[in-house]
Structure formats: structure tokens, C-alpha cells
Design a protein around this ligand. Structure first.
Ligand code: BG6
Length: 514
């Protein structure tokens, strides 16, 4: 999101740009480059950054995988990935830009004679060739771990063992940490215990400032708009608290099936897949108090602090789990699986701003609609005007796609009588000049490249999120209730929302909008 710098005018030219005014040369080491995540998301996002002139001019991509392939084969792999998931028309130019200095090496392990450190050193030298006043020690190196979470610990240790957690010594003689970054995909830990283990190993090797933990929901345009909307507009900022907001909903129903990734899904479930990573983080983005400043440190601190006020979920009163009918018939799913494919939860932030305001979280597979909504339903005071009941009013953001902001208010019903009606005004974010939102992944990748950590999670917030989630992991975990595919989940989930129901459910068909 680049809060404290812009691409045309870097905040800190000394660290991010070379003396000619270009972005510092950069090597991206894509660990797991042959995997699905790299093909579907990382490579296409790099191509997007290239098309938007957001890749440093001097850029190299090094791939790693369990077995080495030739540079030509790696180039073909990038070409294939962009053919399938990239943008037609610019494919050849994108492939050329990404692979001009590319290399592929077998993945490093702690005790092998790895070729990657040499490849990295050679590539860094090649990138600065012919540049005045910049040497290989100034090259930024980003290790992107597009590997399964079970490989995070081993790989982190291996990078440390080969000294790749530090850059080459700079002029002062000490190996540099400001030039090396590491990116972790979600999930960063799959339980409170594995989160703590991973975090301990990561901090044995890297400094926190070097670590970027991705939660792509934080990179969505509309999520980024939450704090702009609020802190830049008195109209919204003045109602952002318990005195004006009756409830907040973070609602992410999906019509998607799980058949393509049955094995992963059955071992994970909706709650683990979506709550700690996405829904709690977005909830904190809504709940945060005013930051000290709108620069990275202020915003991160405010969001993480909000998470520390999250009360542990109460599985008995505040959580409904569901499993869609037919789930156990899917190939790869056990006949007696009790995995949840749906969760609805009522979360609470115990701070002065939000005390008593339920944050309703909901997500699931095979549901009636696909949407990604954050809605602040406003209190009605008074409840009647001219004898007519006042309808609900709300500020609602669609996080899906390029994002949208909707405001629902009570207005006069058009016509001769003084009666009330409800109307919604919608602003599609891609209608705002210059109308070119960045997809979430590309946006976060851009932040990694320029070193902006605003939209990345930290151990403070994650530890708090895991504490709040922990009651769902124990004996108290509710039994998932069956629901019909194509429905809004188990009936008990409707009751969580109270008499007015879920915003999206009750208004579905009215707007039909995601
Ligand atoms: C992923 C989850 O992190 O986010 C998926 O593992 C979910 O289950 C997805 O479908 C939603 O992502 P998107 O790209 O639709 O915002």
C-alpha cells in the first residue's frame, strides 16, 4: 500500500533507490517455484508488477525446487504459468522481464553443499554490472517461501545455516540485514503450538523487520480503504464506535466446492482456513483505534493492538460450525469426517471503543452466494420518524474483486406522501481515477519489494488471534451441524445474528452484488 513513500518519490531514496533514481536492484528467490502457489499467484503477480512498471529495472528471479531443472526449463515453466494465469498479449514481454537473469537451483537444506548461495552472489554481481556507486551488497534479496507450511521451519533454518539471512557485508564491514527480506505464505502456524515454534525459529534466524507474513485479505483494495475511509472522512470516522454501530459483520460466504483440494481441506476446515488468517485480521482492521500516524509503524501497531483486545471465542454461545451435506462423499474425504466447512462466530473486542458490539464472522463452502463483505450496521435512534419505522442503515464494503463501498440510508420514499424508504449508494473503487486497482497479491508483493510492512501480520497480533481461537481447538469445539449445499449454513447461524438477520442474507437479491 506504500503509505510513507510513493513509487515516483521514494520516502527513503538512500535505501530503496540507486543514485540514478531507479529502484534498488532486486533478486527474488522463489522457493517452491514449481508449485501451484507460484504458478497461480506469485508469477502472475510479478508479471502484473512488471506491466505496471513496479518491478525494479534490474530484477532477477531465482527459482528453487526439490530437484533442479535447467534455466531453459525454468523459463518454460514461467511461460506456461503466465500462459495459464497471466494476461494474454503481454506474455512474451512479461516472461522476458521475469527471466532475463533467472536461474534455478535445488532447494537448500541445513547440511548440504548448496549451490543457491553462489547463484545468489553471482546474480547480485551481474545485476549491478555497469552501475556507478552501487555494488552487490546493495542488492535487495527477497526470499519468498511458496512452499507448504510444514517446510517453513526447515527452510528458515537452512537459509540461516548458509548465511542467506544476511546480505554481503556493506562498506561498514558488517553483513547487512536491511537488504534481505523473507516472505511467509499463510498459514503462519496451524495451531497455537506450531505458531510459537515457527516464530521462535524465525526469530533465531531473522530480525522481525526482515519478516513479511502474507494475509492477502489485508492487501485487498477495499480492506486498505477501511482506514482511509474512516480517518480521512469525518462522515464515517465520527460513527466508528459502539455509540453508533450496532454490529459489525465480516461475511465471506463461498459457493466454491472443496473437491479440488479435498485432502488439504479435510485436514484444515473452514475455521482454521479462514478465521485466524483472514476474518480476525479484517475485524482488527475495522476495530483498530486511531494510529499515532498513518505510516507503517502506526498502522501496524494499531491493528495489532486491536487483536490483543479480542476475547477468546465462546464455543458454546458464540460459535456455530457446519458441514455441507454430501461433503463426506467427496473423493479423498473420510466417511466419518467431522471437519467444518462452515463457521459463524460472534467475536467481541473488549475495549472502550467496541465493548458490547458483536463482530459477526461467517464463512463457508457450498453456500448460497459468493461474497466478501464488511458491514457496519448503524444504530437506529430514533426508531421511528413521522410514525414510520426507520429502516436499517449501514456502511458496507465489498472486498471482492476491485472492491466497492456502499452506504445504505433512510430516505424519503419518492412520491406524494411523506413516507420512508431505504436506498443504497454504491461506489465501485475501480471508478476512482486512475481506475487501476492492484489485485491483493500484486499489491502485497509490491509492498515487499519496497519494504513496506503496513499490511503484514506480526507475532503480537497472531499470538492474540491464536489465543482467541484456541477454545475452538479443544474438547469444547462444537459438533458441525449439517446444512444443505446452496444454503446460508445451519439455521443456528442465523440466530447468532439476532432478529435482523445477516446483512447479506437479508439483502441478497436486492442488490445481487458481491
Ligand atoms: C484462501 C483460503 O486463503 O482464501 C480459501 O484458503 C479461500 O479457502 C480463499 O477460498 C479466498 O481467496 P480470494 O482470492 O477469493 O479472496
Amino acid at each position: 500500500m506504500t503509505t510513507d513513500r510513493t513509487h515516483d518519490d521514494a520516502h527513503d531514496p538512500g535505501t530503496e533507490r540507486d543514485p540514478g533514481g531507479h529502484r534498488r536492484p532486486l533478486v527474488l528467490v522463489l522457493h517452491g517455484a514449481r508449485g501451484d502457489l507460484a504458478r497461480r499467484l506469485v508469477l502472475p503477480s510479478l508479471a502484473t508488477l512488471h506491466r505496471r512498471s513496479l518491478l525494479p529495472e534490474r530484477f532477477a528471479l531465482l527459482g528453487t525446487g526439490r530437484t533442479a531443472i535447467s534455466t531453459e526449463e525454468f523459463r518454460d515453466l514461467v511461460d506456461d504459468a503466465l500462459g495459464e494465469f497471466g494476461q494474454e498479449g503481454t506474455r512474451a514481454a512479461d516472461v522476458e522481464a521475469l527471466t532475463r537473469h533467472s536461474w534455478f537451483a535445488a532447494e537448500v537444506t541445513e547440511d548440504d553443499d548448496a549451490e543457491l548461495p553462489d547463484a545468489l552472489a553471482r546474480t547480485s554481481e551481474a545485476l549491478v554490472d555497469g552501475l556507478d556507486g552501487v555494488d552487490a551488497a546493495d542488492v535487495t534479496v527477497v526470499h519468498y517461501l511458496a512452499v507448504p507450511p510444514s517446510a517453513f521451519v526447515g527452510l528458515t533454518r537452512a537459509l540461516g545455516a548458509h548465511g542467506m539471512h544476511r546480505g554481503p557485508a556493506g562498506q561498514e564491514g558488517d553483513p547487512r540485514t536491511d537488504t534481505v527480506r523473507i516472505v511467509f505464505e499463510k498459514p503462519y502456524g496451524t495451531s497455537p503450538e506450531t505458531f510459537r515454534e515457527l516464530d521462535a525459529v524465525v526469530h533465531e534466524v531473522f530480525d522481525e523487520e526482515q519478516v513479511f507474513r502474507i494475509d492477502h485479505f489485508l492487501g485487498k483494495e477495499a480492506t486498505q480503504n477501511l482506514h482511509v475511509l474512516r480517518f480521512a472522512n469525518e462522515l464515517f470516522g465520527s460513527v466508528w464506535d459502539r455509540h453508533h454501530v450496532e454490529r459489525v459483520e465480516i461475511d465471506v460466504p463461498e459457493t466454491l466446492d472443496v473437491a479440488q483440494r479435498a485432502e488439504f481441506y479435510d485436514a484444515t476446515g473452514a475455521a482454521l482456513d479462514m478465521v485466524v488468517s483472514h476474518l480476525f485480521q479484517v475485524a482488527a482492521q475495522v476495530a483498530m483505534g486511531p494510529p499515532e500516524d498513518l505510516a507503517a509503524t502506526g498502522l501496524v501497531r494499531a491493528r495489532e493492538e486491536a487483536l490483543t483486545h479480542l476475547r477468546p471465542l465462546d464455543p458454546e454461545d458464540d460459535v456455530v460450525l457446519g458441514q455441507f451435506e454430501g461433503y463426506r462423499e467427496i473423493e479423498g474425504i473420510a466417511d466419518d469426517s467431522t471437519t467444518d466447512t462452515f463457521i459463524a462466530a460472534r467475536a467481541w473486542f473488549d475495549d472502550d471503543r467496541w465493548r458490547g458490539v458483536p463482530f459477526l464472522l461467517r464463512t463457508g463452502k457450498r453456500m448460497a452466494a459468493s461474497a466478501q463483505r464488511v458491514t457496519l450496521v448503524l444504530r437506529r435512534d430514533p426508531e421511528h420518524l413521522f410514525g414510520d419505522e426507520i429502516g436499517p442503515s449501514a456502511i458496507s464494503l465489498s472486498l471482492a474483486g476491485d472492491g466497492a463501498i456502499e452506504v445504505t440510508t433512510t430516505v424519503k420514499r419518492p412520491g406524494p406522501d411523506l413516507a420512508l424508504a431505504t436506498g443504497t449508494a454504491r461506489l465501485d473503487l475501480d471508478d476512482v481515477e486512475p481506475g487501476e486497482p492492484l489485485p491483493a497479491y500484486a499489491s502485497l508483493l509490491d509492498d515487499v519489494l519496497v519494504g513496506d510492512r503496513t499490511l503484514f501480520t506480526t507475532p503480537v497480533g497472531l499470538a492474540a488471534a491464536w489465543d482467541a481461537f484456541a477454545p475452538l481447538l479443544g474438547d469444547g469445539r462444537p459438533e458441525p451441524e449439517p446444512y444443505a449445499p446452496g444454503s446460508w449454513g445451519p439455521r443456528a447461524a442465523d440466530d447468532l445474528a439476532g432478529p435482523d438477520g445477516w446483512w447479506l442474507t437479508t439483502r441478497q437479491g436486492e442488490t445481487g452484488q458481491r
